[in-house]
Design a protein around this ligand. Structure first.
Ligand code: PLP
Length: 379
């Protein structure tokens, strides 16, 4: 990944407190890697919900489309409507399904809802009736998440209701795994068995079970379509194993001020850090309003060149302080940047330091960053 070293050379970037660099080519490479991984019998849709996990769906989705991806997944109707004009012929699946009163927006924008309940199915059937033609949809069956989806016995009854099935025109039968990031968890096999029982009810219908982590459980879980999100964005799919994905995100925070501190002086709100001896601090222009969780206070770290610098004191809304004591002269200075997410400190590392997961780090990234995109297609 190209290192973005000259924020001041980039107009707008020189005004921003921090620069978020998103490598679109790395996202495309990750999608291709996952497609190769699932082999010729399966395909990978691209999950671009939550603004492509905070990275900018209107840049990420067209880059994947240019690379040949033709099936996209979002959570909400609004997300789908933003992407529709950017994705021409591609299929867009909407996970939350049609909410009452919004059904007409789906055929109008050629969107495919995931039908999660008998209630959504009934409204979709009624819509197809009003249109006088079947309208494509995805059937969601629950196999162990207990959030959305039909229970197996509900799916069994639906399978016998040929008139409703004809109106729904299902293109996919999907379910979602609860414990796929733990390969040895018994839930993985149990959910696969329930999913197979559900698939047997709808012969000939394509299936989709695995998200990012499920892809790495093995081919039994791949079915016809996988639905990776996090892995596309460089998040490690399997907790206990090395990360095979290419890093996608880099975050660099600008130093506003470097200051010396005496032994016994305190840092930040709550005075939670006390200097043990004379030292030096760098104050960076990013804080919890930018997605640097308060939980990182006295726990996170950054990198200045090759040096690891501990985050000291609490994270403020707009500022965070690093201990740069003992660094070579001239390295820590106003205008220089401290790397907050990068090679030595990936999204999963930051997640662990904050007591959360890389997913939450990405989706919490704020709106104030200057965003710099590498590669991909022209906007
Ligand atoms: C978010 C989501 C995905 C993508 O999951 P990742 O773990 O990010 O790959 C796939 N399917 C469903 C139903 C989801 O909600």
């Amino acid at each position: 990944m190209t290192i973005f070293t000259d924020p001041a050379g980039d107009g707008e970037a020189s005004r921003a407190g921090a620069i978020l660099t998103v490598d679109l080519d790395a996202i495309v490479a990750n999608w291709r890697f996952l497609e190769a991984r699932v082999g010729p019998a399966s395909r990978c849709a691209a999950v671009v919900k939550a603004d492509a996990y905070g990275l900018g769906a209107s840049r990420v989705a067209p880059a994947l489309h240019a690379a040949g991806c033709r099936r996209f997944v979002v959570a909400t109707l609004d997300e789908a409507l933003i992407l529709r004009p950017l994705l021409a012929d591609a299929e867009i699946l909407v996970l939350s399904g049609p909410f009452a009163g919004c059904e007409e927006d789906f055929p109008a924008a050629r969107l495919t809802p995931v039908l999660n309940s008998l209630e959504q199915i009934a409204r979709w059937r009624a819509l197809a009736g009003r249109h006088g033609r079947p309208l494509p949809s995805v059937l969601h069956v629950d196999t162990g998440m207990s959030r959305l989806g039909l229970r197996l016995e509900e799916a069994r009854r639906l399978a016998q209701d040929k008139a409703t099935l004809a109106a729904l025109q299902p293109v996919l039968l999907m379910s979602h795994l609860a414990c796929a990031d733990e390969p040895s968890h018994p839930m993985n096999r149990r959910q696969l068995e329930v999913f197979r029982a559900a698939r047997a009810l709808f012969p000939g219908l394509a299936g989709s079970l695995a998200a990012s982590s499920g892809i790495f459980l093995g081919s039994d879980w791949h079915a016809d379509w996988c639905r990776p999100g996090a892995a596309l964005y460089g998040v490690r799919p399997t907790e206990s194993e090395a990360n095979p994905m290419r890093p996608v995100v880099r975050l660099d925070g600008r130093i506003i001020q470097v200051r010396d501190i005496d032994a016994g002086e305190s840092v930040g709100y709550g005075a939670t850090h006390l200097a043990q001896g004379p030292g030096r601090l760098a104050t960076v222009a990013a804080g919890y309003a930018d997605g640097l969780f308060r939980a990182l206070g006295n726990r996170g770290c950054g990198h200045l060149g090759e040096y690891r610098v501990p985050l000291v004191g609490r994270v403020s809304m707009d500022l965070v302080t690093f201990d740069v004591t003992g660094l070579p002269d001239g390295l820590a200075k106003a205008g220089a940047t401290i790397n907050l997410i990068g090679p030595g400190n990936g999204v999963d590392d930051l997640g662990r330091a904050a007591g959360t997961i890389g997913y939450e780090i990405l989706t919490a990234l704020g709106q104030r960053y200057h965003r710099h995109y590498l590669g991909g297609s022209a906007p």
